[in-house]
Write a protein that binds this ligand. Sequence first.
Ligand SMILES: Cc1cc2nc3c(=O)[nH]c(=O)nc-3n(C[C@H](O)[C@H](O)[C@H](O)COP(=O)(O)OP(=O)(O)OC[C@H]3O[C@@H](n4cnc5c(N)ncnc54)[C@H](O)[C@@H]3O)c2cc1C
Length: 395
Amino acid sequence: MVKYGGLALVKTIKTKLLIAGGGLASCLLAYRIKSLSSDFDFLVVEKDNQLGGNHNWSFHTTDISNSQLEWLSPLISYRWNEHNVVFPSYSRTIKKGYNTIASIDMHEKLMPLIDSHVLFNSSINYLNNKVAKLDDGTLIEADIIIDAMGYSPSEDISIAYQKFVGIEINLNKPHNLESPILMDASVEQTDGYRFIYTLPFTDKRLLVEDTRYSDNMQIDEEEYLAEIIKYMDNKGWQDYKIINREKGVLPIILNGNYSRFIDKEVEMIGMKALLCHPTTGYSLPHAVMIADLITDKLFNKSNEIAADIKQYSIQSWKRDEFFRMLNRMLFWGCEPAARYKILQRVYTLPESLIAKFYSRQYSFFEKIKMMIGMMDGFKPPIKISNALKAIYRNE
Ligand SMILES: Cc1cc2nc3c(=O)[nH]c(=O)nc-3n(C[C@H](O)[C@H](O)[C@H](O)COP(=O)(O)OP(=O)(O)OC[C@H]3O[C@@H](n4cnc5c(N)ncnc54)[C@H](O)[C@@H]3O)c2cc1C
């Protein structure tokens, strides 16, 4: 706000496209816009002083198309050609790629490109499809406004939680882990499905997270840390320095009235629109796809951007009913301590079906095959009557 002769003048900024929030979905969209057009007029407004917060965003190589992987590649911090899972009854190496983008890298790589398009330390307190208002009174008028301000809970959607605490450590000697362990569920099954997630960033640097698929969102950080240290002791990872901490509670979507949820004046992307994998809560692949969709419409001068974003979200929701059904089986059909059996069964499937599980690409017949796989040998991981009750529970 500028004061002039006792009058308070409101500062007004005009732009073609306003992206509210500077997190993952927003960064990928901004990066894609800048890669395709050096002079497109857009503005990212972020309440904090950096892009992306404090995250490591991972995804399977098969989650996105080859052309998407190509444009995303400069932002990728770490890549592996295979990854591992460990369950009480077996372990397995999956010969498919896995990748991580560290948010600090994203910030550093993006800033030289989009510096003049970002407003930091600017909190939006009002938004409609024409204007945004900041805490300091500044108005931003835009032809197109997209809300990418991250997840906020809604009464229209039933969720459970994937919660985790992680530490990034520098060891004094090599850890000898070649590729990520996405799930080590051989640990004690407390507070729902529990596993340790380990990413070997360099030969001496690791990210180790204790993750739980739980009915509640409470985290006792000290207890998680003690468990991580116990796990690392067992692996012989003892002499180290903690260089970063990460903590998260992600929604695992069970059910909901999405048409009511999505019926907002301003179009939403990212976790704001619940564009994530229902079973992992991971949103990077959707963020890549929506960046492609929006830039395609922008540069082909479509007038239908808002309608197209909405249609993408609604179609994704419809396509994902199978995964929400699995989630209901996981949370409502299983005792917490037995939840691991569902994922243990998923990982007995052929690699191609596991890849499709993460990329949400199942055909009708593959869904049937997956269900049969899970009920294999008439020893389903959960009782069939419980599974059916959970699938059709309406909450
Ligand atoms: C610790 C953690 C690890 C995760 N790991 C993965 C992973 O490995 N892979 C994966 O795919 N997903 C992961 N996720 C889940 C999900 O992908 C992330 O939460 C992702 O950051 C969501 O992207 P987004 O752009 O929708 O929201 P966010 O990245 O949360 O971005 C929203 C942005 O909006 C800003 N904002 C909010 N309110 C305002 C306001 N009023 N004014 C201005 N700005 C505002 C916030 O500061 C934030 O920067 C993880 C989540 C967490 C918390």
